[in-house]
Design a protein around this ligand. Structure first.
Ligand code: GLU
Length: 310
């Protein structure tokens, strides 16, 4: 029988729903494949649903054709989204609605500061300059609104959560991040707002992603609270570094992965899953099936980064 709320049975309501949310700024590289595979295995091991969401909101950074290439590569690895892929570029109305909700409640304000001014006046935090609050009580000097920021510190206590791999995390947004941008000077909604709106809209129960986003999670939890949304469970994977100790990314010229069993085998080794040696020469299907049955994320506990020589 269907429960009255949302037409969901209670087992569906509590069902694991995970996701992989690539930004199509280049081809799928080893680092993003690690996040794709780990999020998939974590979902499948718990009979969950696994979704792909294309984070193509930052249009100036998107590369034409990259989204299709990423989806094609995921398919070649047997990583198929259980529901249609959603595209952030088509979801502006949902972000606008959340933005209006925050604005009506008085949680956001326009900011007239330039990047330069902030860099010159601010303390440096874990994720760039900590915004000093210059426009909190109104833009001064007849300047124009550029970005929109959310007021941190409501209530003025640190944001805390327990990450499945990284342990207890506590961050005081006011002093470590400052009031942060949710609508950029170019009019685009910021990642922090879009990800929160989409994780809620897709009823994501578990977020598995790279530890490079660990410092963003308290901002996301804060927005969830202001918007009255549920907070998923978080698991932040070690970040893949190249031989120079840099995070694999488009900027560090990370190569596109080759879709074969050997690559998947290397991903499982990176994830400390010890696949049987014979499977290196098996098929992708065999490896994925072995990995879903033998997924032990705790083998990665407390690791924030590892190097691979790609
Ligand atoms: N789109 C982000 C990235 O590719 C990931 C966002 C997330 O998993 O929350 O880095």
């Amino acid at each position: 029988m269907l429960a009255p709320h949302l037409g969901l049975t209670s087992s569906e309501k509590h069902r694991y729903r995970g996701r992989f949310a690539p930004s199509p700024t280049g081809p799928l590289h080893f680092g993003s494949l690690v996040a794709a595979v780990a999020s998939y295995l974590d979902a499948k091991q718990r009979n969950g649903v696994w979704l792909v969401r294309m984070e193509d909101l930052d249009t100036p950074r998107c590369v034409p054709g990259a989204a299709e290439r990423i989806l094609h590569t995921l398919d070649a690895f047997g990583l198929h989204s259980d529901e249609p892929v959603i595209y952030q570029s088509l979801r502006t109305a949902a972000y606008q609605k959340a933005f209006e909700q925050l604005r009506t409640a008085g949680y956001v304000y326009p900011c007239g500061c330039t990047r330069r001014e902030i860099a010159d006046s601010a303390l440096h935090g874990i994720d760039g300059p900590v915004y000093p609050g210059t426009c909190r009580n109104g833009i001064t000097g007849g300047r124009e609104a550029r970005a929109w920021r959310v007021r941190t510190g409501h209530p003025p206590s640190p944001i805390e959560f327990d990450d499945a791999l990284q342990g207890h995390i506590s961050q005081r947004l006011e002093s470590e991040i400052g009031d942060f941008v949710i609508r950029r000077a170019d009019g685009l909604f910021a990642y922090q707002l879009a990800v929160v709106v989409d994780d809620a809209a897709q009823r994501i129960s578990h977020v598995v992603r790279g530890a490079d986003l660990l410092g963003s999670t308290p901002r996301q939890i804060y927005l969830q609270r202001l918007l009255g949304l549920a907070t998923p469970a978080y698991l932040h994977l070690p970040v893949v570094l190249n031989a120079q100790g840099e995070k694999l990314s488009k900027q560090t010229l990370a190569q596109a992965v080759e879709a074969n069993a050997a690559t998947l085998f290397d991903v499982l080794l990176f994830l400390r899953q010890q696949p049987p040696a014979g499977l290196r020469h098996g098929t992708i299907e065999m490896l994925l099936a072995w990995a879903a049955n033998n997924w032990h994320p705790e083998k990665l506990s407390n690791c924030r980064q590892f190097s691979v020589s790609t």
